[in-house]
Design a protein around this ligand. Structure first.
Ligand SMILES: Cc1cc2nc3c(=O)[nH]c(=O)nc-3n(C[C@H](O)[C@H](O)[C@H](O)COP(=O)(O)OP(=O)(O)OC[C@H]3O[C@@H](n4cnc5c(N)ncnc54)[C@H](O)[C@@H]3O)c2cc1C
Length: 379
């Protein structure tokens, strides 16, 4: 068993880290204030191969493993977890297209997705269905010429910002087998957006409802086969969960590193605060938890890469463990900064806000426990 990263993996991490520190970190606060990420960032990330991280090389992607991809998200989220997580969603959609769409569809759509000229959003959640995603109600009626979509998707990252939407819709009965996936381009008549959601964190990513009112989508925009959409939607989630966990890990590591530095400079009662043993123990606890989180995350990613039968369970366990460890760490780091931790200038309060949602999306951490418990009981 070898726990070390290969030279190539170290190079991938370093490249993503350097890009993040140069092109993302200096702007993260401004983008948060603006409520948007400049679209010019994405082609720059795509130049590094990050527009299709695990899209196969045959389709023009980078063909990286899921473990490699977690390194990219860990490194980028050291600059800003909101930006890194948005890239993860685009990659999840690109991978769905690569895996399930026809060759014609791929040839039409993937090249621009890989250069990130086309930024993709993932539309599963609805106002009335989140965890119980298979209860979705957005309908796509098939006519002789097209699908006619009617319904509303909620909480869509990139809603009203992205160039195309990978949308789970109901084409058949009320079960998961009645769901299909269609591709809706921005500007399609009948496609509109709700107002900008005012969120706790992830503020640089615009989140809106995505609405369909008799929105006509050509038959050719069906991804894969009718009735398999729920399977496709879920297939992307194991890896998406690893990415979100990696985003928590990278951001928490940055908070811990900055906190160590801050504690060596901040003085109280005649000494730097890193000399108080009670606080040293807290540092040690955070280090232990983050190292455990990193090892567990990489093990889960390795299982997914191997196609291990328990990969889904491990992805769920890692998502729950790492996102909770990440949030606990950034909260502790804020505490160790005292009042300054509460000020935006120190960068910690943003991380507390950004990481909180990682326990809610890509399946809530309650749903992660449900997946784990189901597997335990089945065994
Ligand atoms: C900022 C943000 C961005 C998002 N981006 C996207 C996106 O791009 N695309 C997209 O499709 N969705 C997106 N989502 C939606 C997200 O995936 C859902 O919010 C999430 O799946 C939870 O669904 P819900 O909010 O409807 O909560 P609910 O499903 O209503 O859950 C409410 C509570 O009940 C718990 N619960 C539900 N069922 C069970 C159960 N069986 N056992 C135990 N507890 C249970 C949940 O864990 C939660 O604590 C985003 C959400 C946010 C906040």
């Amino acid at each position: 068993m070898d726990f070390a990263l290969t030279e190539e993996q170290t190079a991938i991490f370093d490249m993503a880290h350097a890009f993040g520190q140069e092109h993302i970190a200096p702007h993260a606060r401004q983008w948060e204030a603006d409520g948007t990420i400049p679209k010019t960032l994405w082609p720059q990330l795509a130049d590094l191969g990050f527009g299709g991280l695990y899209v196969s090389e045959d389709s023009g992607g980078s063909g990286l493993s899921r473990l490699d991809a977690t390194l990219v998200f860990e490194a980028l989220s050291m600059a800003c977890p909101s930006v890194a997580a948005f890239l993860s969603i685009h990659n999840m959609c690109a991978k769905m297209i690569d895996t399930f769409a026809s060759d014609d569809f791929k040839a039409r759509v993937l090249p621009k997705a890989l250069t990130m000229e086309t930024v993709l959003s993932y539309c599963l959640t609805e106002p009335g269905s989140g965890s119980d995603a298979a209860a979705l109600k957005t309908r796509a009626e098939k006519t002789n010429t097209d699908y006619r979509l009617t319904g509303t998707k909620a909480f869509i990252s990139g809603g009203g910002y992205s160039d195309a939407y990978v949308v789970m819709v109901r084409t058949g009965d009320d079960t998961a087998r009645g769901i299909s996936t269609v591709y809706v381009e921005d500007g399609t008549p009948g496609l509109s957006f709700g107002g900008l959601e005012d969120k706790m964190g992830w503020k640089s990513q615009p989140t809106r409802q995505v609405q369909f009112d008799d929105c006509a989508v050509p038959h050719a925009n069906l991804i894969g086969e009718e009735g398999k959409g729920f399977k496709y939607a879920m297939a992307g989630l194991d890896g998406g969960r690893l990415n979100i966990a990696a985003c928590s890990l990278g951001a928490a590591q940055t908070a811990l590193t900055n906190t160590l530095q801050y504690m060596s400079e901040r003085r109280a009662f005649g000494q730097s605060i890193d000399q108080f043993q009670a606080l040293q123990f807290r540092l040690a606890d955070m280090e232990i938890e983050l190292q455990a989180a990193r090892t567990f995350l990489r093990q889960a990613a390795w299982k997914l890469d191997q196609g291990a039968p328990d990969a889904t369970k491990f992805c769920a366990m890692a998502k729950k463990f790492v996102t909770e460890a990440g949030s606990k760490t950034v909260d502790q780091c804020l505490q160790l900064h005292g009042g300054y931790g509460y000020l935006a200038d120190y960068g910690i309060e943003k991380l507390v806000r950004d990481l909180r949602v990682h326990q809610i999306l890509e399946g809530t951490n309650e749903i992660m426990r449900m997946i784990v418990a189901r597997q335990m009981l089945a065994n």
